[in-house]
Design a protein around this ligand. Structure first.
Ligand SMILES: NC(=O)c1ccc[n+]([C@@H]2O[C@H](COP(=O)([O-])OP(=O)(O)OC[C@H]3O[C@@H](n4cnc5c(N)ncnc54)[C@H](OP(=O)(O)O)[C@@H]3O)[C@@H](O)[C@H]2O)c1
Length: 234
């Protein structure tokens, strides 16, 4: 079964993706709001978190280090640690990410890759102990790949943690079930700046509907906003 996807983000009321550009507040600091975000991450007790390629490249800074061939690699998937307690998932259609081990923050790494990923890259990931899934369609079918992760790794909930691109693409594909935002008392306000959810020139009108679940104060001037995401009614 496809895991439930909760998009968990920290943002400002103007939807900014970049806390480093925010105004200050007498109510709290960026460190306070980040700590609240981390608490929420933990409280979800999710077995997996997932980010886009750009965000993962800020976390895993390893360089390419393919082993020498010939390569004997498994397709379309290789699960190095199917019984891991928790997973860190990255969407990397063009095989740009590299890792220096099989875990990040203690969570086993799983990479979702495009169909034309070379064998040398799969061999590198396998040698690092990293799990992967190769798309079976030329356009990555993220829904089918998440189904597979649900089945093979018993993942029932995934925290989708940005950035804007992956959030927008999964929203547009109808793969996000809930939005869960820490909204901090700060503003960015820059023209054309990045927001926490983006879907190109098309935008998301007609692709999803939000319904309020709850809005709770968290302290330090921040609120926790939760919305259920539904398919648009006819
Ligand atoms: N405020 C917060 O809480 C927060 C949280 C996380 C990240 N961030 C910030 O967000 C910024 C990065 O965000 P971003 O929007 O530029 O990038 P991103 O969403 O992290 O990554 C986007 C990339 O992921 C791949 N991708 C995503 N969805 C895909 C899909 N459905 N199918 C195939 N490939 C997919 C593509 O890789 P390719 O380009 O290789 O095709 C795409 O360009 C960073 O500055 C980070 O610090 C902020």
């Amino acid at each position: 079964m496809r895991p439930r996807v909760i998009c968990l983000m920290m943002t400002s009321p103007d939807g900014s993706l970049h806390p480093s550009r925010w105004t200050k507040s007498p109510d709290g600091s960026r460190a306070d709001w980040s700590a609240l975000y981390e608490q929420l991450h933990k409280s979800h007790n999710g077995k997996a978190w997932m980010v886009g390629r750009v965000t993962m490249a800020e976390i895993s800074k390893a360089e390419a280090h393919p082993p020498s061939g010939p390569f004997d690699v498994r397709r379309p998937h290789h699960f190095a640690k199917p019984d891991a307690a928790s997973f860190a998932i990255a969407l990397d259609p063009s095989a740009k990410l590299h890792f220096s081990g099989d875990a990040l923050y203690g969570d086993h790494v799983v990479v979702l890759l495009g169909s034309d990923v070379p064998d040398s890259h799969l061999a590198e990931l396998a040698a690092d102990g990293v799990s992967y899934v190769v798309s079976q369609t030329s356009e990555m079918d993220t829904g089918a790949m998440l189904d597979l992760l649900g089945r093979e790794l018993s993942i029932d909930t995934i925290l989708l943690e940005g950035g804007a691109n992956v959030n927008g693409r999964l929203m547009a594909a109808g793969l996000v079930d809930e939005l869960s935002f820490v909204v901090a008392p700060a503003l960015e306000g820059k023209r054309d700046s990045d927001r926490i959810i983006e879907f190109g020139d098309e935008g998301l009108a007609g692709k999803a509907e939000l319904s309020l679940i709850s809005c709770d104060p968290l302290g330090h001037g921040a609120v926790h906003l939760r919305y259920a995401v539904q398919k648009p009614s006819e």
